[in-house]
Write a protein that binds this ligand. Structure first.
Ligand code: TYD
Length: 209
């Protein structure tokens, strides 16, 4: 057990994680908590360099190398930022954590999700969030929100939708198998309704700490 509270937000791209994180941070600050907002990949200076390699470098990265780069980012993030904040009794809110690796690298990239989870668990020395909030939305809806052009999806976009739908299913499976850690929030709801559900669960957690 750690002194602080560790919360991660997960979901496919375009579901509104940062909006919900902003509102949750506001709520926690009102409760007198010190909040550390962070993200993966790229929550540290070294992580920013790794993020650049992962997201902006031209050319393919071998799937195992990609999974290890995410894990390396995470190892440094946990050791130098997350654990120290939790030890000080603070609340850490991270936009994505190891479940993103299991879902994204484990799906459609020819890697076994169990292997991906194992390298992340090694990286973080077993540190799991107290709460993982999954903002759940159909991939086609998330894609429409990302683009907002109103045009029909092209072939590349359709392939992307299939990929994101598989990622979404992977998140839902994880949430189902570990309901005590996960909160699934239907992202078709209004921002306020989603936030109310999140605040209720976080309040319970604060009460039990
Ligand atoms: P993010 O910064 O959350 O982008 P966005 O704001 O568009 O959601 O994440 C960047 C991308 O990295 C996102 O497409 C998901 C991917 N990712 C992985 O594939 N594996 C991981 O372990 C993490 C943390 C992110």
């Amino acid at each position: 057990m750690t002194a602080g509270l560790f919360i991660s937000l997960e979901g496919i791209d375009g579901v509104g994680k940062s909006t919900q994180s902003d509102l949750l941070e506001e709520f926690l600050c009102q409760q007198g908590k010190t909040v550390v907002r962070t993200l993966e990949p790229g929550g540290t200076e070294l992580g920013q360099e790794i993020r650049h390699m992962l997201l902006h470098r031209k050319g393919d990265v071998a799937p195992r190398a990609e999974a290890l780069l995410y894990a390396a980012d995470r190892a440094h993030h946990v050791a130098t930022k997350i654990r120290p904040a939790l030890a000080r009794g603070e609340v850490v809110i991270t936009d994505r954590y190891l479940d993103s690796s299991v879902a994204y690298q484990g799906v459609g990239r020819a890697l076994d999700p169990a292997d991906v989870r194992e390298i992340s668990m090694f990286a973080v020395e077993g540190l799991l969030p107290d709460l993982t909030i999954l903002l759940d939305l159909e991939a086609s809806e998330a894609s429409a929100r990302r683009n907002q052009t109103g045009e029909a999806p092209d072939r590349l976009e359709s392939e992307k939708i299939e990929f994101f739908e598989a990622v979404r299913e992977a998140f839902l499976d994880m949430a189902e198998s570990e309901p005590q850690r996960w909160l699934v929030v239907d992202a078709r709801q209004t921002i306020e309704a989603m936030q109310a559900q999140i605040r209720e669960r976080v309040s319970q957690l604060l009460g039990s700490k």
